[in-house]
Write a protein that binds this ligand. Sequence first.
Ligand SMILES: [Fe+2]
Length: 334
Amino acid sequence: MDGMGEDGTAAGKQPRACLPSVLRGQIMSVSEILPDLFFVERGYLNGNHFIYRSKAPILIDTAYVCDFEVTARLIRSLGVRLSDISLIINTHCHCDHIGGNKSIQDQSGCEIALHTIGKYFIDTRDDWSTWWKYYHQQAEFFKATRPLEDGDVVAVGPHEFEVLHTPGHASDGIVLYNRRAKILLSSDTLWENDMAVLTVRVEGSAAVHHMLQSLERIEALDVHTVFPGHGKPFADIKRALSKAKKRTQRYLENRQRLGMDLLKKIMIYTLLMLKKVDQDTFFQHLAQTHWFKETVDLYFNGAYQAKYAEILNGLLERKIVVCKSGQLFTTVKP
Ligand SMILES: [Fe+2]
């Protein structure tokens, strides 16, 4: 299969880290946001996700594959058996949202629904458009059984969610809106204080414009609480939208800002995936990836070593990255 390793994961030159996640002391919270619908707040490596408890349980997103044991334990702790799961809805096919899909589908035979564009990526085994290969992430293909379109309504038990297609961050990105409770599951389209990365090299040069349009679309909704793909739930959607729109505008005015944000975030994400990296080999590691070279070429004219040093020093100064005994690791929650 094109681009696939023997173990069914996206192929890459260096081994991708798969860590004993149950030992990683992850902090997370679980809250019931509608009757029997639970929101699970994870971290940055793992996307937040949702569990609907019933005789035919439903999941919305399934976090990152390396932390599947934690995800499975959380699901079981709510009295839900993996083998009973009837449906997984994915907000997009990035690695931190689909990580449990394959294993859960193998155990349950469940349906998996995602936007028709994401379904196409999965159907055609396109691990570039899903970002997995581009960012050297671990992920497994699964069987996408149900395409979702903008305007569809999906039933999560008695709770109805409208599907809004919100490309920009991901071409298959959707948000889910429960009009009755005024709840928005905003995935990676809207976070409270930060923004998900915009990967122009995969999503196309218009991605920033698409993001802005998606934010404007969300602005029209009457929302009481937002449950984002990463971070805590929040109520002040106007403030979050205003911040996200301003940042997107700044990206449009100064594209190097976008490049800097992308480099910073993916360097942190890489450290989360690898847990820790020898400070003498981190640059070489990054230099072998598709994304690092392409991002520095696109925004900074190939100044690989200089950008690496500038960003790493900034992250070390802010203690977002720490160096101990020659090993680099991040203080960001996985
Ligand atoms: Fe994402």
